[in-house]
Design a binder for this molecule. Structure first.
Ligand code: MN
Ligand code: MN
Length: 469
C-alpha cells in the first residue's frame, strides 16, 4: 500500500526512536556479543578502583603505551600513560595537530559504590567475629545484606610493605556476608522507612566463629582470626589502620535473559565507561587531535582528593605532555583546555517500566537505544549541573549520525524527582566543551546492575569515533 502524504511527512519530520537490535545485521549482532565477552571478563578481573588501574595499565602496556615519566620527549603518534597513586590513570595518544588547538578527552571513573572497612574493623560479639564497615557512595543499605561479599584491597605495613588482598572470587575461596533479620522477628523493622530499615552501623560483615582454644583468653574468636591472618599475611590488628579494604559483591558478571541480550554485573557504573573508552583508545593511531582517556577515582563521593578529578594531578599530566612536546609558553594549559572537547563517560539511568513514575517518557534513556547523551545534569532546576552548549551538542550529534551509532538524548528522571552529577562540570570549569555520554543502566548503584550489550557496543563505537575525528 502506498504511504499517505501525512505518513511521508511524519517520516521526514518526526524523530522516531527505534530499538537498536532492529537496525543491525546478524554480523554486527555477533560482534556485539563477542565484545560483551571481553567486557564481562574485565569486570570479573577488576572490581575496585585499584584493580581497574592495574588492569587498564596492563592492557595499555600490551598495546604499546609507555609511562610518560620515562619518555624524554614526545612526538605525534606516541602513546603514553600516567599512573596516579595506583588509583587513577591518564592515557594519551599524541596527535598530529599542535596541542594548543585542543585535546579530545574522554573521562570515566573506576570507583563504584561499595562498603569500606573502618580503620579499626575487627570486633567480636557473642562469639561471632565481624568487620565494621563505612559505606562508600550512594547505596540503598538493605541491598547489601544477605549477598555474598568478597574482600578486595591492600594493607600497608609500617615498613611500607604492601599486601594485596582478594578473597571471595575463586571457586574455593570463602565468601562473607552481612546478615539480616528473619521476617518472623522483623515486625518492627518492617514498619520503618526503607532508608532506615538497615542502619549504616549495622552493616557488619560476618567473618568467623571458631574460638582460639585457651581458657585464659577473652575474645577467642577474634584471636583465632587474627592468628589465621597473621600466619597468612604476617599482619597484626594494628595493620588494619593503614589499609584500604573494600567489600564488593562476589557475583560474577553474567549474560542476562533467554536472549542473552543484557549484562548483569557489579560496578558497571562506571566500569562500563572505563572498558569501552579504554578499548576504543587502543584502536587510535596517529589521531589529528591528541586523544586523552581519564580513568578517575572518588567520583562516587564527589571527586575530591588527589586521585579524584577535582585534583590538579590531571593538569600536571597535561603539563608533562606540553613540556615533553616542547610547548613551553605562559598560559598554555589554559589555552589547551579552552580549545578542548570532552565526552564525560558515565552511565545514564535506564528507563525501568516497573518504576515508571520517576521518568518522563519522552526524555528518558532506554535500554537498547544506544549511548545516552545528557545535555545537562543537576537537580532542582539544573542546580549544580553542567550544561553543554548547543553548538557542541550539534557536533556530537552530527558525528554519531554520520557513523550510524545508536544514541539518545535524555535527562536523569522527571523534573524535581531527583538528579545527579558526573565529572563533567570539573572539566567544563576549566574551559572544555563537555557533555555526558554513557550507557543506560538499570538498578544503578545496586550490587548487581544491568546494561544492554547493544548499548555497551555503541558506547565503544562512539568513543572511538570521537577520538578519530
Ligand atoms: Mn558514575
Ligand atoms: Mn554513580
Amino acid at each position: 500500500m502506498e504511504k499517505t502524504e501525512g505518513q511521508l511527512l511524519q517520516e521526514k519530520l518526526f524523530d522516531e526512536k527505534k530499538n537498536g537490535w532492529e537496525k543491525i545485521s546478524q554480523e554486527i549482532g555477533e560482534k556485539i556479543f563477542e565484545y560483551a565477552k571481553g567486557y564481562m571478563k574485565f569486570l570479573n578481573q577488576a572490581k575496585t578502583e585499584r584493580e581497574i588501574v592495574t588492569e587498564s595499565e596492563k592492557i595499555a602496556k600490551e598495546n604499546g603505551f609507555k609511562n610518560v615519566e620515562e619518555c624524554e620527549t614526545l612526538q605525534p603518534g606516541d602513546k603514553v600513560y600516567y599512573n596516579n597513586r595506583a588509583k587513577s590513570l591518564y592515557l594519551a595518544v599524541i596527535g598530529k595537530e599542535n596541542l594548543r588547538q585542543g585535546i579530545n578527552m574522554i573521562g570515566a571513573h573506576g570507583d563504584s559504590p561499595r562498603l569500606d572497612l573502618k580503620p579499626n574493623p575487627l570486633c567480636e560479639d557473642t562469639e561471632l567475629a565481624f568487620f565494621k564497615t563505612h559505606y562508600y557512595g550512594g547505596i540503598k543499605k538493605y541491598q547489601w545484606t544477605t549477598i555474598p561479599l568478597a574482600i578486595h584491597g591492600v594493607m600497608i605495613k609500617k615498613n611500607g610493605e604492601k599486601i594485596t588482598i582478594r578473597i571471595g572470587e575463586e571457586e574455593d575461596d570463602p565468601i562473607f556476608t552481612i546478615t539480616d533479620l528473619l521476617p518472623h522477628l522483623a515486625q518492627e523493622q518492617m514498619e520503618k522507612k526503607l532508608k532506615s530499615g538497615v542502619a549504616g552501623e549495622d552493616l557488619k560483615l560476618l567473618v568467623g566463629s571458631i574460638p582460639y582454644n585457651d581458657e585464659k583468653v577473652k575474645e577467642k574468636v577474634k584471636l583465632n582470626l587474627l592468628n589465621i591472618l597473621n600466619r597468612k599475611y604476617g599482619i597484626t590488628e594494628a595493620d588494619f589502620m593503614s589499609s584500604e579494604l573494600e567489600l564488593v559483591p562476589a557475583f560474577k558478571a553474567k549474560s542476562l535473559g533467554f536472549d542473552e541480550s543484557l549484562i548483569a554485573a557489579y560496578g558497571q557504573d562506571d566500569k562500563v565507561s572505563v572498558y569501552t573508552s579504554l578499548t576504543a583508545l587502543m584502536n587510535i593511531e596517529n589521531p589529528n587531535k591528541t586523544a586523552i582517556c581519564m580513568i578517575t577515582d572518588k567520583e562516587e563521593i564527589g571527586s575530591m582528593g588527589n586521585t579524584g578529578m577535582e585534583s590538579h594531578v590531571f593538569d600536571y599530566f597535561v603539563t608533562i605532555l606540553l613540556n615533553k612536546l616542547n610547548l613551553k609558553e605562559p598560559n598554555m594549559l589554559e589555552e589547551v583546555f579552552c580549545h578542548s572537547r570532552m565526552l564525560s563517560a558515565d552511565v545514564d539511568a535506564g528507563y525501568d517500566p516497573i518504576y515508571n513514575s520517576v521518568y518522563e517518557k519522552g526524555n528518558a534513556s532506554y535500554l537498547n537505544h544506544g549511548i545516552g547523551i545528557n545535555k545537562y545534569s543537576g537537580s532542582r532546576g539544573k542546580a549544580g549541573g553542567s550544561d553543554a552548549n548547543a553548538e557542541f551538542v550539534a557536533e556530537v550529534r552530527s558525528l554519531l549520525e554520520e557513523k550510524e551509532i545508536g544514541y539518545q538524548l535524555a535527562e536523569l528522571g522527571k523534573v524535581d524527582v531527583g538528579g545527579g552529577g558526573t565529572i563533567a562540570y570539573i572539566l567544563a570549569n576549566k574551559g572544555v566543551n563537555v557533555i555526558d555520554a554513557g550507557v543506560p543502566v538499570l538498578s544503578m548503584h545496586a550490587p548487581y546492575e544491568v546494561t544492554s550489550k547493544y548499548d555497551v557496543y555503541q558506547a565503544y563505537l562512539a568513543y572511538e569515533a570521537f577520538w578519530n575525528e
